[in-house]
Design a binder for this molecule. Sequence first.
Ligand code: SF4
Ligand code: SF4
Ligand code: SF4
Ligand code: FES
Length: 955
Amino acid sequence: MLKVKINGNEYIGEKGQTILDIAKSNGVEIPTLCHHEKVKPYGGCGLCVVEIKGFGKLARACATEAADGMDINTVSDRVVQARKIALEFLLSDHVGDCRPPCMLACPANTDCQGYVGLIANGMYKESGDLINERLPMPASIGRVCPHPCETACRRGALDEPVAIAWLKRFVGDVNLANKQVDFKSKATIGTGKRVAVIGGGPAGLSCAYFLRMNGYAVTIYEAMPELGGMLMYGIPEYRLPKEVLKKEIDMILSMGVQVKTNTKIGCDISLDDIKKEYDAVIVAIGAWKSSRMNIPGEDLHGVYGGIDFLRNVAMSDVQHESRDKIVSSLSIGKRVAVVGGGNTAMDACRTAVRVGASEVYTLYRRTREEMPADPVEVEEAMEEGVIFKFLSNPVEIIGEDNKVKRIKVQKMKLGEPDASGRRSPVPIEGAFEELEVDAVIIAIGQSIDIEGFESLQTTRKRTIIADENTFMTSMEGVFACGDVTNAGPDIAIAAIGEAQKAAYSVHKYLGGEIDHIFGNIKEYDFYSKREVTPEDIREIFKDREIEYRPDIDIIEADIRRKNFQEYVPIYTEEEAKREAMRCLECGCMDYFECKLIDYANKYGVAPERFAGDVHNRRKPSTHLHIVRDSDKCILCGLCVRLCEEVRGVTALGLVGRGFDTIVEPEMRKVLEETECDSCGLCVSACPTGALVEKQSLIKAVPLNEKYTVSTCGLCSKACSIKVATYGNHVVRVLPVSDARTADILCIKGRFMYVDVLSNDRLKSAYINDRECDVEKACEYIIEEIRKNTGKKVVFVSADYTNEQVDKVLLFAKAIGAEVVSGILRQHKFDDASAFAGVNEFGLRVKGIKALEDAANLKEEIENGDVEVLVSFGDKLEGINLDNVNFKAFMSLHMPKHEGVNVLLPDSSYFEIIGTFTKKSEDGTFEDREVNACIKPFGGISSSEILDNLCGKVCE
Ligand code: SF4
Ligand code: SF4
Ligand code: SF4
Ligand code: FES
């Protein structure tokens, strides 16, 4: 026994224990990357360093034996600095993308790779839920977002970016249609605090959504008659049907959000009054004032701001009125000039066409290349007949009787690039043009209507000043986000991104954490990023087939220009899955488990200090279950050491020297050609994403999984397993670090579990091949059992839990049947070498015989001496059942036997609760727990069906 001091506290240890051992057993955290209990210390990563009083050098805790009286410091500045340097050094040649570029480009940090990947797997509900972590309106935003994610998408370097926005729209629509959106249950019970959100646009609605999730009572104050802000009044119906938007708003309101529409601050109620009534206020009023050009004639009748025009159209119920009537009621006449080159200008000119203007000009002072509008919008506006006049700058609007008559345009040419890199337009002296027009729509930008908020400090641009971290304004307890703040208007998703943070800030503020920088809700500040050029991408993915987005038939211009109907059809399921499969899976699959990224952020690394050559040695992985990426390897050596020292296999080795050292399969073979038996031990131990296991999914997705500790049901070893699930899907099966399994599962438990989850699972009951509900099928079984009075046999699978077996026994007894298990004869439970055999101990303990031990039973069945045969989970392969009068099977998959009268869906060990009896080496029996981690495939578990049957026969 020895005594040491760690960070001033005294601890007892044993002789031979390392400093790390003693620290760990006393809950003192010391970071490690190359350490594992099952192998000798390596001392490679340098992360576990600690300071020992009286020792000059820092010591590696994993490799330093503790001595009596040692005074150890694990958190001193020197220790922290050394760890930081060690991490920076490791990261300097660690090449990977913790998060995908699409996600990092999204102002709201929506996990594009994640939700796209989930769509590829057909996991729509899960995909929607993942989006909803950051954004509550995927169907609306998927339609209107200019998608910076797609601009960043690496697939663009191969052929075309993944259609991330359309996929978001697809999954948003599908989940709304299938009633898979449930925000109501996300709202938490009151904190007793009340927050007022001023403005019911995308930012305000998102604030309400995030605040309700945190238990605040929320009231939205909205100046307009309806919620939705710019999405409702500034985006034309043909791009975003109001019906879709309203459905998504209703979802948010279902969380118990109070709404006061037609309530303008400064007119109907003052900011001061609101502040008095609520614990916090968020101002998210957007930018509703159209910017002016400040040219003569701007105040004539027939001159509109872009947003004002769109709002008027949105409020005029255009779909239901004749186009001529609209033209006259909006007083825009037949010839319209729209000024501007952004998306609002495109919305305005295309809307003008739709409401019946016959000649619509778009005037833009630069060329098409410089237009900030989405190129698709420009293209489609042209198809719809909008006449684009580039290099045209309006200088005067000329009127008659105070009404617009003409617009005078200065012709321009492009000069030198300005600070933004765009070439500035320069007037061509004396070159003017006049266009005869009835209306002018100025869509050159928006500004803030600050009326009612004068008590808040503003910028020179008259936007509200909000702290960039906390989102608090100059008035304590009043926050602001979205277009109304600092730099002013931006895209909707940027406002939603700010709303997440502002809501989080309010949550922290009301929780009393006012001194913190509380607006940051990113998981990490540091992310490892792979710097790649388009050429690199083409080289890395040179074997990928060129494949473009699915062709979708948008409604032709001649038709769509006459109405406001949405003209881009939603992807079909097949198109959506195909499109989602195009994703290159840029983000690291290990992100949610990676120790390196965790420590990197904990220690605030700056790896650029060690910038220099980096490796680029990633090869495509061919192993069935393991994916290797040498570029992420930090040479901790754990995989090599564990494989050799624990498994006695030399599948992996460290090859080369110095900077060029690399982990390679032995003899530089491919891994599957080595002795590797797919135990997955190396994968579990790898502290980075250099080794990861393949998931059970069709398309791999980095997922923040949920873990359930359970017992493997595939053989009589009954190993402990950690089941990683996402939604209702088992994604991976991992070993549990207990003495029994020693971090190792066999290939079956670790990877072959997918067989029980395969797509051809039986999900419904059938009577004579006709699908029916389970209740009916159970009734039919009982009826037939009562009708057939001859010999009855019940089979039970050795995969069944003890509790299921008890129910089978009860059922068999009630119907007077003999109980046997066909599978027992196929496996030897005492075969310790191959993990063969099934969970047969439970059956043996309960006195159930194997078919081979039930004298003559097979013969009797085949001769037709058995009238009723009910099999619970036993496949009964190799027995001819043709002569059995009535056959009922409870089965995971469609049984191979012909003429089965009743089928009931079975559940796997992932779907039930119970115990497996396990025979220990000393001959004693032990019960191992099975914990359901997903819902039964058929919606009802086999245990419930057994209860139903037992209930019926015992009546
Ligand atoms: S292994 Fe870790 S640090 Fe490296 S890319 Fe993956 S998540 Fe990031
Ligand atoms: S290929 Fe996939 S993961 Fe990569 S940027 Fe595009 S959508 Fe994101
Ligand atoms: S691949 Fe092996 S050596 Fe490289 S980081 Fe993973 S466990 Fe360590
Ligand atoms: S050197 Fe101790 S954990 Fe790596």
